[in-house]
Design a protein. Structure first.
Ligand SMILES: [Zn+2]
Length: 380
């Protein structure tokens, strides 16, 4: 089998830059054979421009919304965005299948090897069966009215059933403001290994939990849900639901745009056994609200960070390379290897795939990608 010897301006292992001059050796299928100093690599070394990195991990995506590219105007704020997504789900048309296929292929071409994908339907089953990307399917359920919990849970189980043989599949809660305590309990009675939840995507979410009013009350009114049963817990959304999350062994919290230090502390105290991952989708935040998460807070607390794209309803491309490039520009104080780690090994750990992906460990087939200034292409 032909051996590939690869070199670039720099080589990022998943943890850090390798010393200058190191060469990555892989077989033709992409399996990593070695990482050696140039003097030991012999001849026929391919030289690439940019940085060699392991395949990207997109820890948060909604492939099924791919047909909504360009459908929702930018910076509407959170609640108008949610209403527009609900309306477009109803308007779904045949081009969805083609759009999902194209989005899957675009992710593969830029070097994404694994995706944590939110599913509100079984629409993506066919595309995923033929995909070269590893998908972890999170069947998302919601239902804020406690009496509806059993019905909602049963519906999610139906969707999960449609994914049949696709093994990495679990039912997960949508967000603090859309899942009743009863529904949280049903989910975490069965699906504890790896979960995920949209968290604190807007100040309106915290307002709703602190005061019981604001745009989220209007959202429920708009979709005809009576909130007679709801008593605002008078704290931010994350601490309010923290006791309900403690059964999860691992949890990826997504967006965290308005998460405060005391919210993190409350969750760590309430769910001490839960491995927490904080997924940032900054390009989607830019699109919907224009507010970015407090990244330095997560860094200073040495929290586990990973990156996601969210969907084409709220992002122009499902690109981790572009997300990395955006973070490099907006946060020049963050060392580049740190951001690359979030996009590779950090994401692989978040999706419990570090045995296969995320770094150039011998014997792994993590994908080999060449990255430069917000753009990347797959080499192997
Ligand atoms: Zn999302």
């Amino acid at each position: 089998m032909k051996i590939r010897k690869l070199k670039a301006d720099r080589l990022f292992t998943g943890e850090d830059f390798a010393p200058d001059d190191f060469v990555l050796i892989a077989d033709a299928s992409g399996k990593i054979l070695d990482l050696v100093p140039g003097d030991y690599a012999g001849e026929d070394i391919e030289q690439h421009d940019g940085i060699l990195v392991p395949g990207w991990i997109n820890a948060h995506c909604h492939l099924e919304l791919s047909h909504m590219a360009g459908q929702i105007p930018e910076k509407t704020g959170m609640v108008p965005f949610l209403l527009a997504v609900m309306q477009h789900r109803v308007d779904r048309i045949a081009r969805q299948e083609i759009a999902m296929q194209q989005a899957d292929e675009a992710m593969y071409a830029e070097g994404i090897v694994a995706v944590g994908d939110i599913c509100n339907s079984a629409d993506t089953v066919g595309v995923k069966q033929n995909s070269r990307i590893r998908y972890h399917n999170f069947i998302e359920t919601s239902g804020f009215v406690p009496a509806g919990a059993a019905t909602r849970f049963a519906a999610a189980k139906n969707i999960l059933g449609a994914f049949g043989g696709q093994s990495q599949t679990a039912i997960v809660p949508h967000a603090p403001y859309s899942v009743s305590p009863e529904l949280f309990r049903m989910i975490f009675e069965e699906y504890t290994q790896l979960s995920t939840m949209h968290n604190q995507e807007s100040e309106a979410e915290n307002d709703f939990f602190r005061e019981g009013n604001g745009p989220f009350r209007d959202l429920f009114a708009a979709i005809g849900v009576s909130l007679d049963f709801f008593q605002a817990p008078q704290q931010n959304s994350l601490p309010a639901v923290a006791p309900l999350l403690q059964a999860a062994r691992q949890l990826i919290l997504v967006h965290n745009t308005v998460t405060a230090p005391e919210d993190i502390l409350a969750l760590q105290e309430q769910a001490p056994q839960t491995a927490l991952y904080w997924c940032l989708c900054p390009l989607a935040n830019e699109y919907i609200t224009g507010t970015l998460p407090p990244i330095d807070l997560f860094r200073n607390r040495q929290l586990n960070i990973c990156l996601g794209t969210d969907s084409l309803a709220s992002n122009y491309r499902l690109s981790i390379a572009e997300t990395v490039g955006f973070l490099e520009q907006r946060f020049p104080q963050i060392p580049q290897p740190e951001i690359l780690h979030w996009a590779t090994l950090g994401g692989a750990k978040a999706l419990q795939l570090e045995h296969a992906f995320g770094s150039f460990g011998k014997g792994k087939s993590p994908g080999i990608v060449c990255y430069q200034a917000g753009v990347s292409k797959r080499i192997l």
